[in-house]
Design a protein around this ligand. Sequence first.
Ligand code: CP
Length: 316
Amino acid sequence: MKKFTSIKDITDINELLTLAKNLKKKPFEFKSFGANKTLGLLFFNPSLRTRLSTQKAAMNLGMQVMVMNINADGWQMELEDGTVMNTGSQEHIKEAAAVISQYCDIIGIRTFASLRDKVGDYEEEVLNKFIKYALVPVISLESAILHPLQSFADLITIDAVKTKIKPKVVLTWAPHPKALPQAVANSFVEWMRNSNVDLVIANPEGFDLAPQFTAGVKVLHNQDEALMDADFVYAKNWSSYTDYGKIGMALEHWMITGEKMELTDNGKFMHCLPVRRNVVVSDGVIDSENSLVLQQANNRTYAAQAVLLKLLQDEK
Ligand code: CP
């Protein structure tokens, strides 16, 4: 593995899953593997789980970690080639990526969607430019359209909890007052399509995800119908892909409540967090024993650790 930006970068999902499960049992088995190696984590956007779990993963492998909030603490970055940089931006991504590569053996980068430029977002403009100019492997800490470390942790969670060979997994849109990217949802669909689950997506009309991710997946615009007999309910808001970046109005009834969970087969509740309580999900559901949100957060460490270990192993 030379980079980790989507499921397409891994050759064997089951091998990576087994590695993560083994690391969860023995987190320090490869404690010396990352000795004298440095992980750099660059955040263009806020983070709690990704930031801390990826640092913990690297520390479990004996790596050193440097973290930078690049928007707040770095120079304003120029992305375009050939720009006369005589106004705003002070540092070109070409130098920035190559310079950071002088200090780090692996670089993680978080760069959210603009939600203004659909083409630029879906071409992963910032991430791909960074990869182009970096001299070391790059991992996505959530990009404009994907969040693979989250989806891998979600897969680890489902694998650990499932009681059926092929559980029914429902990804359901949920309300939110602000425009959010489609990254978590796109990525979850990508990983579930490559796993042995019966995946159904529920979202209101006008909120279908990009066809490149959902081709062949059952999409329902009736949430109750989708939730029927579900084993796992993964709630997430995303803004419109078709009317790009627009939020849903008067859709509060899409919130996941105890009544909705009654439709499921004793379904487990999942969310990547952070979550707006009593907007996305009721207190009763997220605080119930069927809520897996803390397991998901815990598994972020082992997802990141498996990916970092693979990159270190493949570098040797
Ligand atoms: N789920 C997730 O990526 O959380 P953070 O945004 O806090 O990193």
